[in-house]
Ligand binder design. Structure first.
Ligand code: ADP
Ligand code: TZD
Length: 580
């Protein structure tokens, strides 16, 4: 049979025009859902995926270690309610990213870890492929959901599924496995376009039941000493106006958890932060809004909580209720809908808390604030956490739009209580796990997403976990100013080595003395500062923020300042064998 001209088979070039492949479909599917940034680290088999993303107009922010790319993606998800994307190579790259995925899931941050993987048939028979690993099963226990896409025509639905899993309900980390052979699979371009899925209503409202709302209102109304506790779920929900209205209309004192600081400005008259121990012990009804009763809240019981209490708990996850103590009034739904429903039930007859309660709190606050002011006013030499943080606090007060990243032990605890926040979702820290290593990843993610400056306040040990990413900060010329509280060690720098016979070994907590972290920054073209007094700190921080360029301030503080494990001393096991 001879073919007519019209029926002639397409040339290879014509074929290519009408065909698409897995690489293109992954990028198209992400873009189709308004995802415009990928945080990652390239290598086999995803280098071309990253190149193509850039060519197609997405930002690809390349890191030096996948954990930090994952942390950047996680914080981007927290800030935007859109899943942050982290892209890694197989096995070791995937495992490096997995810590960040697990941390995101633990903190309820939406992100998607996308990793290339080796040939299934070799992995499944364990025949020893390059970077062989059963990544899907490894990810499952640490992710909210884990999926693998095997066919090019499933890329659209697979990515839609990953996005919805990450952001709907309680947000979390999702793992998406992309075998190398998927990326090179080809299919008809038109069919490919049609296979893409745009997720409709990815974060659906979840309206609470009216009887649950009424039960909560009755309990709050009957309280003598009510307290509101705002967690990072409340900050994440972006229901800022409704939450503020609820606090102000009810007149109930509130406590923000660390990442909820700034949801209402920390200098708000109803903030009970400066009387934290008092209100936790004395309150009779506590309204939890997007905060879990985990270790950060002493599991809702024990000495911290004083006498018996009743709880209202607003959360999107029904299984969070009764997790640690009995919850008298659960309100299940999204925080925006729940708080609005409560607000609707508060009318002119709603009784505000009695004067004895609010006056007692005000007295405690005054007393504690006066004491803190006296400590902050001291100018010891060498500088300590308090005098350095006084300088930082005063500079940051002039720039409430700045993002603050914070990790360490003492560096975390003191910064949280001394540096006030004035706007929502501006403070990012070690969170639910108390993890070290989020510093530079969160800083990069926050700078990229917000386009605003970041000040990272870091213990010297904490900084070490992600310090190499200062190169990334310099490469992308991000406005990140890192302040390192340099006390020569983990917690402190002056512990003794307990075995004098091991002369060349220092204490288990000690680092090189007098390290010049500022020179690390200079090595990559950023600005380094070496400061030893609060006045120098003020000058350096002001200048570095104004410059809007990468900078690092090596702040030398007293190596004996601070306590082991910061405020968590009681979580250390009791000394047994070591006790003489
Ligand atoms: P914190 O550490 O600040 O106390 P947690 O991370 O322990 O806060 O708690 C956050 C809680 O918020 C989680 O239980 C989560 O299910 C919930 N949450 C997150 N987003 C929403 C939302 N949009 N609506 C309702 N609850 C939410
Ligand atoms: N590893 C990881 C991943 N997370 C951790 N939390 C720890 C180890 C243990 N750890 C803490 O809990 S705080 C901390 C470590 C190593 C560092 C404290 O020292 P620092 O801060 O220099 O960062 P301060 O200001 O000197 O206390």
């Amino acid at each position: 049979m001879s073919a007519t001209l019209e029926q002639a088979p397409a040339t290879a070039a014509e074929d290519a025009v009408n065909m698409t492949d897995g690489f293109h479909l992954v990028i198209d599917a992400l873009k189709h859902n308004d995802i415009d940034t990928i945080f990652g680290l390239v290598g086999i088999p995803i280098t071309d995926l990253a190149r193509l993303a850039q060519a197609e107009g997405m930002r690809f922010i390349g890191f030096r270690h996948e954990q930090h790319a994952g942390n950047a993606a996680a914080i981007a998800g927290y800030m935007t309610q859109k899943p942050g994307i982290c892209l890694t190579v197989s096995a070791p790259g995937f495992l490096n990213g997995l810590t960040a995925l697990a941390n995101a899931t633990t903190n309820c941050f939406p992100m998607i870890l996308i990793s290339g993987s080796s040939e299934r048939e070799i992995v499944d028979l364990q025949q020893g492929d390059y970077e062989e690993m059963d990544q899907l099963n490894a990810a499952k226990p640490y992710a909210k959901a884990a999926y693998r896409i095997n066919k090019a025509e499933d890329i659209g639905i697979g990515i839609a599924r990953a996005i919805r899993a990450a952001v709907s309900g309680r947000p979390g980390g999702v793992y998406l496995d992309l075998p190398a052979q998927l990326l090179s699979q080809t299919m008809d371009a038109e069919r490919g376009r049609k296979s893409l899925v745009r997720v409709v209503d990815p974060v659906p409202r979840q309206i609470p039941a009216p009887e649950a709302v009424q039960r909560a209102l009755d309990l709050i109304q009957g309280a003598k000493r009510p307290l509101i506790l705002l967690g990072k779920g409340a900050a994440y929900a972006q229901a800022d106006a409704a939450i503020r209205a609820f606090v102000e209309k009810t007149g109930i004192p509130y406590l923000p958890m660390s990442m909820a600081k700034g949801l209402l400005p920390d200098n708000h008259a109803q903030s009970a932060s400066a009387a934290r121990s008092y209100v936790l012990a004395e309150a009779d009804v506590v309204v939890l809004i997007g905060a879990r009763l985990n270790w950060l809240l002493s599991h809702g019981k024990g000495k911290t909580w004083g006498g018996p209490k009743q709880f209202v708990q607003i959360d999107i996850a029904p299984t969070e209720i009764d997790s640690n103590v009995a919850i008298a009034a659960p309100v299940i739904g999204d925080i925006g809908s729940c708080v609005s429903a409560l607000l609707a039930g508060i009318d002119a007859n709603f009784g505000k808390p009695g004067i004895e309660w609010t006056r007692a709190i005000a007295e405690r606050k005054d007393k504690n604030l006066t004491k803190m002011a006296a400590t902050l006013a001291q100018d010891p030499s060498p500088m300590n956490y308090h005098s350095a943080l006084r300088a930082i606090r005063d500079v940051l007060k002039t720039r409430p739009d700045i993002n603050v990243v914070n990790e360490g032990a003492n560096a975390l605890d003191f910064t949280r209580s001394i540096v006030d926040m004035y706007q929502p979702r501006k403070r990012f820290d070690s969170g639910t796990w108390g993890i070290m290593g989020i510093g530079m990843g969160y800083s990069i993610g926050a700078a990229v997403v917000s386009g605003l400056p970041v000040v990272a306040i870091e213990g010297d040990s904490a900084f070490g976990f992600s310090g190499m990413e200062v190169e990334t900060i310099c490469r992308y010329q991000l406005p990140v100013v890192t302040v390192i509280f340099n006390n020569n060690g983990v917690y402190k720098g002056c512990d003794p080595n307990l075995n004098p016979r091991l002369k060349n070994d220092v204490a288990v907590t000690a680092f090189v003395k007098g390290a010049r972290y500022d020179k690390m920054m200079e090595a990559f073209g950023g600005t380094g500062y070496h400061v030893t007094t609060p006045a120098q700190m003020t000058k350096a921080l002001t200048e570095a923020i104004a410059a809007g360029k990468p900078a690092l301030i090596n702040a030398v503080i007293d190596e004996a300042a601070g306590a082991e494990s910061g405020r968590l001393i009681n979580l250390n096991p009791k000394k047994g064998a070591l006790k003489k």
